[in-house]
Design a protein around this ligand. Structure first.
Ligand SMILES: *Cc1c(COP(=O)(O)O)cnc(C)c1O
Length: 377
């Protein structure tokens, strides 16, 4: 049993299960998205578990995230797709990182870095097929494609992949999904005509991987589903298993008289003599302040409501007049798989009108990550 105040337990067997679910559903190889510290789960252990379970590649947003994985000895194919003007393309090339390029300016900077190093950069072409976020814009495409073909002919780049990102992947039947795929197919055909054809293609995020195998192409690019959260709840959980369980040790138990208010601004007043407990988890740890008064935690077989304002470092729960048999040092589950009666990250998200992506990726660094399953026994 852990002695840390707040613990995010990460089940690496769940990650492995989820890789398998995704690969089977899409009948394609898996590029595991481990950006943002693997959505708060820990990029290195998750990357290793996903690769061991058969994922063939990894993806992150920033080159710095990719370099951190290389530093830990992860040698798998690794793509980074979000670059600021000062992005270190030299380091990316030196560490064999596939640079996904979103503009002519980025291409020119990568070519310049490759020339400086007298080597060839591996690149992915990221096409804006309708998300209107990153990706080469439509009006820049012809010029970009010509410049890319020239860079390839000059030996400055190898074109490994072409990719795009869906705007409405979580609406599986929306016509935009197929339109985006058609646009990417057309862009790939343009590159082939120019002698700069990509080796592989990827489109599908988690929802598309699970519901639109026709969009899978060579690889799928799932994030949230790897972590076991269903991206299209109306279609079920697909056999995904949530990988993160957040638990806090009960720090303090005490009596409270009827009529007394709890926490800042006394937003909750005890309706009867009761017992309260303090848990060392607050909004600095990713427990949203908006969740105040709208959640419960699980201790043993019982649920206890959160009361009063969630603070930066702590929150309060009401144990009821009999104290619920709870003692200091007991473990309260804040969210988890949902299989044991405790809430899920989605319950939190639904309560405050956001998505579970934001909940799990927001769990802060003060929560000790503990790993179970996988090759850690
Ligand atoms: C984050 C991200 C993904 C993963 O999306 P999920 O919805 O979590 O599966 C895939 N591709 C790109 C470009 C991303 O930024």
């Amino acid at each position: 049993m852990t002695s840390s105040a707040l613990t995010a337990t990460i089940d690496l067997d769940a990650i492995a299960n989820n890789v398998d679910v995704l690969r089977t559903a899409a009948r394609a190889d898996v590029l595991a998205v481990v950006k943002a510290d693997a959505y708060g789960h820990g990029a290195v252990p998750v990357a290793r578990a996903a690769l061991a379970a058969g994922a063939t590649e990894l993806g992150v947003a920033h080159i710095a995230e990719a370099l951190a994985l290389r530093t830990e000895g992860i040698t798998a194919h690794l793509t980074a797709w979000l670059h600021n003007p000062g992005a270190d393309f030299d380091a990316a090339i030196a560490h064999d990182i596939d640079i996904a390029i979103s503009s002519r300016r980025q291409l020119d900077a990568v070519v310049a870095a490759a020339r400086r190093r007298s080597t060839t950069a591996t690149v992915t072409v990221k096409v804006d097929t309708g998300l209107n976020r990153s990706g080469v814009a439509v009006d820049e495409w012809a010029d970009f494609a010509d410049a890319l073909a020239k860079a390839r002919a000059d030996g400055a780049v190898t074109v490994r992949a072409i990719m795009c990102h869906l705007a409405r992947g979580d609406e599986p039947d929306h016509p935009l999904n197929s339109q985006q795929a058609d646009r990417l197919d057309a862009a790939a055909a343009d590159l082939r005509r120019l002698g700069a054809g990509p080796e592989v293609m990827h489109i599908a995020n988690s929802p598309a991987a699970l519901t639109r195998p026709d969009l899978a192409r060579d690889l799928i690019r799932p994030g949230i589903a790897l972590y076991g959260r269903t991206p299209v709840p109306e279609r079920g959980d697909f056999g995904l298993v949530p990988a993160m369980t957040l638990t806090a040790e009960v720090a303090l138990v005490k009596k409270l008289a009827a009529g007394q208010g709890v926490s800042y601004s006394h937003t909750w007043i005890a309706p009867q003599d009761t017992t309260i407990a303090v848990l060392p988890a607050g909004y600095a740890d990713g427990v949203p302040r908006l969740l105040s008064g709208r959640f419960a935690v699980r201790i043993g077989a019982r649920s206890f409501p959160g009361v009063g304002r969630i603070c930066m470092d702590q929150l309060v729960i009401d144990l009821g007049p009999d104290g619920g048999g709870v003692r200091e040092g007991d473990h309260a589950e804040l969210f988890g798989t949902g299989h044991d009666g405790a809430p899920t990250a989605r319950d939190w998200a639904d309560a405050i009108d956001t998505i579970d992506y934001e909940i799990i990726s927001g769990i802060g660094a003060r929560a000790t990550r503990e790993y179970v399953g996988g090759d850690r026994g």
